[in-house]
Design a protein around this ligand. Structure first.
Ligand code: MN
Length: 246
């Protein structure tokens, strides 16, 4: 750990020094160069997975997790850190970077990478080994109220996954009035970003990644089988219940 920390620190300084002179980088993110000397902001970090790579097998393989976490998620983190280095955004926490850049066409690339970092971290927590099946009581009551029962909810959640054209995410959210709802967002968008008025006031409870990279190694084109596995064997209702109560 000592070694890793010092390496990270060294990288930080190196990148900072490199970027400080690069006014074009700041211009590209539409931000002011405000870098007091010696005040290097911590970069956005790739969080640890909440379980081992192979823990979700056979429903999601270690190979999928290896690429999805180790390449895709890490790639978003690395790209985001490059994009914000030397700008005012580098001093903000991830959620603030996301909400600051949401809906601004000239900051779309930063938003996309920041939101994908956030979405994936939330997605890992939305799953656990031996998960799935019906939700705990409080959540079940809200699901019954909104969908008329767990089977109908399952069908609606599955339909949301299947009808999301191209890449995106399916969310279970709590609305301001206390009801819950299924939402689907394209690409990197999420309920926190407020890009979509339908999701602007919703609090995410859990999410399912429906980008092809989430399931293609294990299910190829069979997105429906992945969604079924997610609901029957992986979904972490305890995480959703904790978010609902928070
Ligand atoms: Mn993904």
């Amino acid at each position: 750990m000592q070694k890793d920390d010092s390496e990270l620190g060294a990288q930080r300084v190196t990148r900072r020094e490199f970027i400080v002179g690069a006014a074009t980088a700041a211009a590209a993110v539409g931000a002011t160069l405000i870098l007091p000397r010696g005040a290097a902001a911590a970069p956005i970090e790739l969080p640890q997975l909440p379980w081992a790579d192979a823990a979700l097998a056979p429903y999601i393989s270690a190979s999928t997790i290896g690429f999805h976490y180790g390449k895709h998620h890490k790639g978003y983190v690395d790209t985001l850190n490059k994009l914000i280095a030397g700008s005012a955004l580098a001093d903000l926490p991830l959620e603030k970077i996301m909400t600051t850049t949401a809906g601004k066409p000239d900051q779309r690339t930063i938003f996309n990478n920041a939101a994908q970092v956030w979405n994936h971290t939330f997605y890992w927590k939305s799953m656990r080994p031996k998960g799935g099946g019906p939700p705990p009581r409080d959540l079940a009551a809200k699901i019954d109220k909104a969908y008329g029962g767990y089977d109908a909810f399952k069908k609606a959640f599955t339909d949301a996954g299947l009808t999301r054209f191209g890449s995106g995410w399916v969310w279970l959210v709590a609305r301001a009035d206390g009801s819950i709802a299924i939402e689907s967002t394209p690409n990197a968008d999420n309920p926190l970003a407020g890009n979509d008025p339908a999701t602007a006031t919703a609090k995410p409870l859990l999410t399912m990644d429906v980008w092809e990279h989430a399931y293609y190694l294990d299910y190829q084109n069979r997105r429906g089988d992945y969604v079924t596995a997610f609901l029957d064997h992986l979904v972490n209702w305890d995480f959703a219940a904790a978010n609902l109560a928070a």
